[in-house]
Design a binder for this molecule. Structure first.
Ligand code: FUL
Length: 485
């Protein structure tokens, strides 16, 4: 490592003299393979890569529980209790859009079995409710509002059904598949299907043996671009907790063959993934803006603080995950004012924090570059399809940004070119302060996206020493001076 640092320091001085000359020197270092690095390990599918471009979207828990003030309905509740007086899915979509979120996933059917659409397979649905005299369809209203506001539309469906008389028999798997077909056929594009792994008793006291492979097949046939979430994929995995935290080490790979939806006792493995795991299965981080998943009036003053939400945002979006934040719609059928206000505060914070990317106006440099096609400049060109890469035999290198004059900086965003696999195992961030290099932060995995913060330093350059399991690839490096809170 010491020799790499020395090489890097020399590089910085040479760049101060002439950046153009410096670039020529970099491209002359190391051997010069022209081809892209070989893919490494498990790789993401096209639908997973699309999903990796997202960051932050809403979860909506809504149903009879909203009116009966419980978290898990028994399936015995009178469907007439579902009666929002002012339901306005356009209000939800407006708030979600203004919050800077990219889509929404709604509980089409929670454990109580109540369907937010008039399913032909059930007698516990909006059709049996008092809302709109049984003529309403929440999914339809939300899908339309999503289209109007440019949001992605996703569905949560609980296979556990405490109402359906067939639950606990083989026939129920077909019932559930038919319900899925309705949901995936009648409401346009669905970006994500969220399968809850919970598996309790139904009305006949029996548990169901779920046909998850069959459920996934229905999704693949009807919505081939949709990603499927469960504790164990097949596309997206649970992060192992409901508090809203990925961890600093987060592999998008998992040895998935022994995992299944609803599996218990593996939360730690789900949170960290497996280094070198055989399947690409990245994390989605879900938590609620309030203590409950469903709306409860007595939690109106327990909306998470801005600091708490900021923490969750960095611990998901900044730790190689996507952030799924639940906003329970209230009994009026609206997103509550307190939740709306907090969401907009978070948006204002993020806009301010990430307003000026200091790397854009800096000069990029590296101790090794594979070839001109993988120049270090591709790490700061705002194009995730292009990337800096090292030679095959270089598994440790420095990438840096010269900032010109001493500049306040406290945050770095790094992204690997994950289409070729996740490679980085550790990194150290250094700041050049008054001519001295100081370690300011360090980490382990990077993956799709890693954001690291440190106390503000006045630096003339930032360098990141990176070590990985195969030739390194960085598609994006951003630097910020995020205002203190
Ligand atoms: C859990 C459920 O039991 C909760 O009610 C909630 O839907 C949460 C997102 O998933 O498994």
């Amino acid at each position: 490592m010491a020799s790499t640092i020395t090489a890097f320091l020399k590089l910085v001085s040479s760049m101060r003299i002439a950046f153009v000359t410096g670039l020529l020197i970099f491209s002359a270092i190391g051997c010069q393979p022209i081809d892209a690095p070989e893919p490494y390990g498990a790789l993401p599918s096209a639908r997973q890569l699309d999903w990796h471009e997202l960051r932050y979207y809403a979860f909506i828990h809504f149903g009879p529980n909203t009116f009966t003030d419980v978290e898990w309905g028994h399936g015995t509740e009178n469907p007439e209790v579902f009666n929002p007086t002012e339901l306005d899915a356009r209000q939800w979509a407006r708030v979600i859009k203004e919050a800077g979120m990219e889509g929404v996933i709604i509980t089409a059917k929670h454990h109580d079995g109540f369907a937010l659409w008039p399913s032909a397979l059930s007698t516990h649905t909006v059709r049996e409710s008092a809302w709109k005299n049984g003529e309403g369809d929440v999914l339809l209203e939300l899908a339309k509002a999503c289209q109007e506001f440019g949001l992605k539309f996703g569905v949560y469906l609980s296979p556990w059904d405490r109402n359906h008389p067939k639950y606990g028999t083989d026939e129920y798997n077909d019932v559930f598949k038919s319900m899925l077909k309705e949901v995936l056929t009648n409401y346009g594009d669905v970006f994500e299907v969220w399968f809850d792994g919970a598996n309790g008793e139904g009305p006949n006291g029996k548990k169901q043996v779920y046909d998850f492979a069959g459920f996934a097949e229905v999704v693949r046939t009807l919505q081939p671009n949709a990603v499927i979430f469960s504790d164990a994929g097949p596309d997206i995995r649970w992060v192992g907790n409901e508090q809203g935290y990925a961890d600093t080490t987060n592999w998008s790979t998992l040895n998935a063959s022994k995992f299944y939806p609803g599996i218990g006792g593996v939360n730690d493995q789900l949170q960290h993934g497996h280094e070198g795991g055989d399947t690409w299965l990245p994390t989605e981080v879900n938590t609620s803006i309030r203590p409950g998943w469903f709306y409860h009036a007595d939690q109106d003053d327990r909306v998470k603080s801005l600091d708490q939400l900021i923490d969750n945002w960095y611990a998901s979006v900044g730790m190689n995950g996507n952030f799924l934040l639940n906003i329970p719609v209230d009994a009026r059928g609206l997103i509550h004012e307190n939740d709306e206000a907090r969401l907009l505060e978070l948006k204002a914070y993020l806009d301010e924090a990430f307003k000026v990317n200091l790397a854009s106006s800096g000069r990029a440099m590296a101790t090794n570059t594979r070839s001109d096609r993988f120049s270090v400049n591709f790490a700061i060109d705002h194009d995730l399809d292009t990337y800096w890469a090292t030679s095959d035999d270089v598994l440790e290198a420095n990438i840096g940004i010269e900032l010109g004059s001493p500049t306040d900086v406290n945050t770095i965003l790094l992204q690997e070119h994950i289409a070729l696999g996740q490679r980085v195992t550790e990194f150290t961030v250094r700041a050049n302060v008054a001519g001295n290099w100081e370690d300011v932060a360090s980490g382990t995995t990077i993956g799709n996206r890693r954001i690291v913060r440190w106390p503000t330093t006045k630096a003339s350059a930032i360098s990141v020493q990176i070590r990985g399991k195969a030739a390194l690839t960085i598609s994006n490096l951003e630097l910020y001076d995020v205002p203190d809170r």
